[in-house]
Write a protein that binds this ligand. Structure first.
Ligand code: KG4
Ligand code: ZN
Length: 342
């Protein structure tokens, strides 16, 4: 790699959705600070993230969060090697706050500027715990994404599959909402599922036989229909059984397709990433399958699964070492493609 000088300190900035975060990572792996300010409470009363509200909160917090990240890491702007920021995908108004802050800091402190893809960041979260072993397959499942990615080496990404409609986390959140559970619904469904039995017959969208894509909107509609039909008949749905059945359907498809991708690409390591990695059903199913099939499974701790800037700094370090810098025309791209970042 071109720029691989040791002792590189990267400041990461992440504002793609409802977390304002800044972090300092040394040499791509050593987490010196990771400050995360969640807006979850602000959005809860609306039942989901309100983009305008998210942007305003990011503006209010970003400067303080960056300073906190530097202070907690015990470094100053002068110690930094570069600033890495999430360029996309995400909410455009939210992304713009991070991108503008990163550009301002890069200009003021004369630091190289690096744009990072949000999904790349999610995968690199595991690298902060233990080095990634290439080639690998990553399953990224969050509120905004559900993708299978192949990585032959650092900084190289190939998309094997993605959701054609709802993301897995989004389906969890929507089903939870219909069940009257507060946002974000994923953890609530997870809890509720433990009290129920997966006794309801719900669909699994396998799509074409060789497809590694996902689809969760049919499942979501099936669940909503069951609830509405029961309501019309004045019957009570068993919410716990419904949660358990829904979760099992999502978990089965995610697990099966991730294992298929691992076999298809002939890799030994599977990296789980994104907020849905917290799901106990998914963790158990993947742990069990990977043990049985001799696949090394990597699940980062919860704090690194959900959106954070340390993962952006880690991914940004490898772009830094390859000299992949942005200029001041860097812009937020809400539907940024991962392969366009090579
Ligand atoms: O990665 P993340 O923090 O943000 C995005 O990039 O979207 O993921 C948040 C998503 C939400 O949809 C949330 O409901 C889901 O992750 N989630 C879960 C669990 N914990 C969080 N879904 C299922 N089970 C969980 N335990
Ligand atoms: Zn995310």
């Amino acid at each position: 790699m071109k720029n691989e000088n040791r002792n590189c300190f990267i400041l990461g900035i992440e504002t793609s959705c409802d977390e304002t975060s800044a972090a300092v990572v040394r040499n791509g792996q050593e987490l010196l600070s990771n400050v995360i300010s969640s807006q979850m409470e602000v959005h809860r009363r609306f039942g989901g993230v309100v983009p305008e509200v998210a942007s305003r909160r990011h503006v209010e917090r970003i400067t303080l969060i960056i300073q906190d990240a530097l202070d907690q890491a015990g470094v100053t702007q002068r110690d930094l090697s570069a600033v890495a920021v999430t360029q996309g995908p995400g909410l455009v108004g939210a992304l713009l706050i991070g991108v503008s802050a990163a550009k301002a800091l890069s200009f003021a402190a004369n630091l190289p500027l690096i744009g990072v893809h949000h999904i790349a960041g999610h995968i690199y979260a595991s690298h902060l715990v233990e080095p990634l072993h290439f080639p690998l397959v990553a399953l990224v499942a969050s509120g905004g994404h559900t993708e299978l990615i192949y990585m032959p080496s650092h900084n190289r990404f190939e998309r094997l599959g993605r959701t054609r409609d709802d993301a897995a986390g989004e389906a969890f959140d929507k089903v939870a909402r219909v069940l009257g559970l507060p946002y974000p619904g994923g953890p609530r469904i997870d809890q509720l599922a433990k009290e129920g039995k997966p006794s309801l017959n719900l669909p699994r969208a396998w799509l074409e036989p060789d497809s590694l894509d996902f689809s969760f909107s049919g499942l979501k509609s099936a669940v909503i229909n069951q609830i509405h039909n029961a309501n019309q008949r004045d019957e009570q749905v068993n919410a716990a059984d419904l949660a358990a059945s829904f979760q099992q359907s999502v978990v089965e498809v995610l697990t099966e397709k991730a294992i298929r991708a691992v076999h298809r690409m002939g890799v030994q390591e599977l990296v789980l990433a994104g907020g849905v990695s917290a799901n106990s059903g998914l963790r158990d199913a993947l742990t069990h399958r990977c043990e049985k099939e001799g696949i090394r499974l990597r699940i980062p701790p919860l704090k690194l699964c959900t959106d954070n800037a340390a993962m952006i700094a880690a991914a940004g370090t490898y772009r830094y070492w390859e000299g992949q810098f942005a200029d001041y025309t860097l812009n937020a791209v809400p539907n940024l493609s991962l392969t366009a970042m090579d």
